[in-house]
Write a protein that binds this ligand. Structure first.
Ligand code: ZN
Length: 139
C-alpha cells in the first residue's frame, strides 16, 4: 500500500549552488547529504513538512540524471517518490496493471531505503519511485 508522498526528486547540475536557493531564498534547511552509487548521484534532502525535496546531482555522465540535465539544462523535477509499506507487493501490483518497471526488484537508495522505479512511458510522463524503509533502519 502507498502511504504518502516521500519526496520530490529535483535534478540540478550543482547541489551546492541549488542549496543556496533553498536555504537562503526559501529558508529551508538541508538535513542530510549522501552519495547513492546505485543511481550514480549525490543527493541532498531538504525536509518540508511531511515531504522532502531530494536534490540530485549526477556523479557520472551515464547517470540518468546527467541525461535528464542534457535535455533540461536548467534542471527540473525529475521524479516523484511514493512511500510504501510493501515495495515488493507494490511492484507486483504495478506490473499486473501493465506498468513497465525500470527495477524488477528493489535496489538500495538513499536514507537506507529500498527503491524501485516505474517507467515514465507507463506513468503519464512522470518518472515514479517507490520507496520503503529497510526493516531495522533508523528511518
Ligand atoms: Zn528519489
Amino acid at each position: 500500500m502507498i502511504t504518502n508522498i516521500d519526496h520530490l526528486g529535483i535534478a540540478v547540475s550543482s547541489i551546492d549552488a541549488a542549496l543556496g536557493y533553498y536555504e537562503k531564498a526559501l529558508g529551508l534547511k538541508c538535513a542530510h547529504r549522501e552519495e547513492v552509487p546505485s543511481q550514480k548521484v549525490r543527493t541532498a534532502f531538504i525536509p518540508c513538512g511531511q515531504v522532502n525535496i531530494e536534490l540530485l546531482e549526477p556523479t557520472s555522465p551515464d547517470s540518468t540524471v546527467a541525461k535528464f540535465l542534457e535535455k533540461n539544462p536548467n534542471g527540473g523535477i525529475h521524479h516523484i517518490a511514493f512511500a510504501t509499506n510493501d515495495i515488493t507487493g507494490q511492484l507486483a501490483q504495478s506490473k499486473d496493471a501493465g506498468v513497465r518497471l525500470i527495477n524488477e526488484v528493489p535496489v538500495d537508495g538513499a536514507h537506507e531505503k529500498l527503491v524501485a522505479f516505474l517507467h515514465p512511458k507507463s506513468t503519464f510522463g512522470v518518472l515514479t519511485e517507490l520507496c520503503m524503509g529497510k526493516p531495522g533502519a533508523a528511518h
